[in-house]
Design a protein around this ligand. Structure first.
Ligand code: PLP
Length: 393
């Protein structure tokens, strides 16, 4: 007998995460007690300035870069746009070619499409069934006018990990001047993001994916990388990103990154145990499914399935009614009738891709929640399949 254990069970950590209480505590004073503008010269301003610079220092030492290589933004969408468009704009119309992959987040794909309209050539590399790009295919795609490679570290739908270090090494061996950007939004909780080790020139990070606040993120830009700002205004962030700094957000981002790195091993151990237990239970109790996440090549949080014959949106709504929050692929794409571009890229047929559900586990989940989901899921899928005349044929 299934027993509802609580109203809201959250298995959608790839969409966003709750703010860690320790992060919130550090942020709180900067809303209404220490509310100065980072750029003001008086005491209130200095207080804000020192808080931001302390966060920047903490982040720089975590990412293995220098303080002035960290540019605060509103999140990874902005960081990705700044990375791609900022570098291309700096070329002032010179012939340019970008290499990226078919499984990037829309925050890369859409700017790439916009740049194509402006005459930039873009190669969208395919990935294997495991959702990982072959480093050799990146090297083979390099042309004389390739200026930028942007490849995500971890895919948001599958959890697959791209071998960024190898790709950078091989690409730079062919042409050392190519600028390498990685969207590390989904990586920071699970993998080392030392820019020195990875060898990347630019890296995007977002606060709300790592138990930090929404609306804040950063772009690491290695010294010397040419970049034209996207917006004009004040001279904040060395004029690369004008706009009054989000002081509480940045303080929260600093704490969130610090905690993510400090507690990575512990969290990875806990989350992967839950994820593997869940996958085992689903595979045992629900027939006719495809596990889209290759657990040997993914971060610990993800379990993405296709439940053949049951519509993803219907599964999501059914589970929501049972108090379980999941997602159909990328949160930003939900509501759209198009199947996930990521699942199509790993070779899932269009019809089957519509039956996908992404479960992403986090550090606050527990076995009781997984057991509850395992008690609900098989009957949900059975019921939805009986309503599908095509499945029952
Ligand atoms: C891989 C990836 N890149 C970029 C983004 C956009 O990040 P933000 O919400 O901080 O704009 C997301 C969010 O879903 C993501 O998963």
């Amino acid at each position: 007998m299934k027993k509802k254990i609580k109203e809201n069970i959250y298995f959608d950590h790839s969409a966003t995460t709750p703010v860690d209480q320790r992060v919130l505590k550090e942020m709180m004073p900067y809303f209404s007690e220490k509310y100065g503008n980072y750029s003001s010269l008086h005491g209130f301003g200095r207080e804000a300035y020192f808080a931001v610079e302390k966060a920047r220092e903490k982040i720089a030492s975590t990412l293995d870069c220098s303080k002035d290589e960290v540019i605060f933004t509103s999140g990874s969408t902005e960081s990705n746009n700044l990375a791609l468009k900022g570098v291309i704009d700096s070329l002032k119309g010179k012939s340019a070619h970008i290499i990226t992959t078919q499984i990037e987040h829309d925050a890369i794909l859409v700017p790439c499409k916009q740049l194509e309209k402006k005459g930039v050539e873009v190669t969208y590399l395919p990935v294997g069934k495991n959702g990982v790009v072959d480093p050799k295919s990146v090297v083979n795609a390099i042309k004389d006018n390739t200026v930028l490679i942007s490849i995500m570290y971890v895919n948001n739908e599958l959890g697959s990990i791209n071998p960024i270090q190898d790709i950078v090494r091989m690409a730079k061996k062919k042409n050392k001047d190519i600028i390498f950007h990685t969207d590390a939004t989904q990586a920071v909780n699970f993998l080392s993001c030392s820019v020195k080790d990875l060898g990347v020139d630019m890296m995007s990070i977002s606060g709300h994916k790592i138990y930090g606040p929404k609306g804040v993120g950063l772009l690491f830009i290695r010294k010397g990388i040419p970049i034209t700002p996207l917006q004009a205004g004040g001279h904040q962030e060395r004029s690369i990103r004008s706009g009054t700094l989000n002081v509480p957000g940045i303080v929260g981002l600093g704490k969130a990154i610090e905690l993510a790195v400090k507690e990575m091993d512990k969290n990875n151990k806990k989350i992967s145990k839950l994820r593997d237990y869940f996958i085992k239970g689903v595979l045992k109790n629900v027939p006719d499914i495809i596990l889209n996440t290759d657990v040997d090549n993914s971060v610990s949080s993800h379990a993405n399935f296709c439940f053949v014959g049951a519509e993803g949106e219907s599964i999501l709504l059914y589970l929501d009614a049972e108090g379980i929050a999941v997602s159909t692929g990328s949160a930003c794409a939900s509501g759209s009738l198009e199947p996930s571009h990521v699942l199509l890229a790993i070779g899932i047929e269009k019809e089957i891709a519509h039956s996908s559900i992404r479960f992403t586990f986090g550090k606050h989940n527990n076995k009781e929640e997984i057991d509850y989901a395992l008690s609900v899921l098989p009957s949900a899928i059975r019921k939805l399949r009986t309503m599908n005349p095509l499945y029952n044929k």
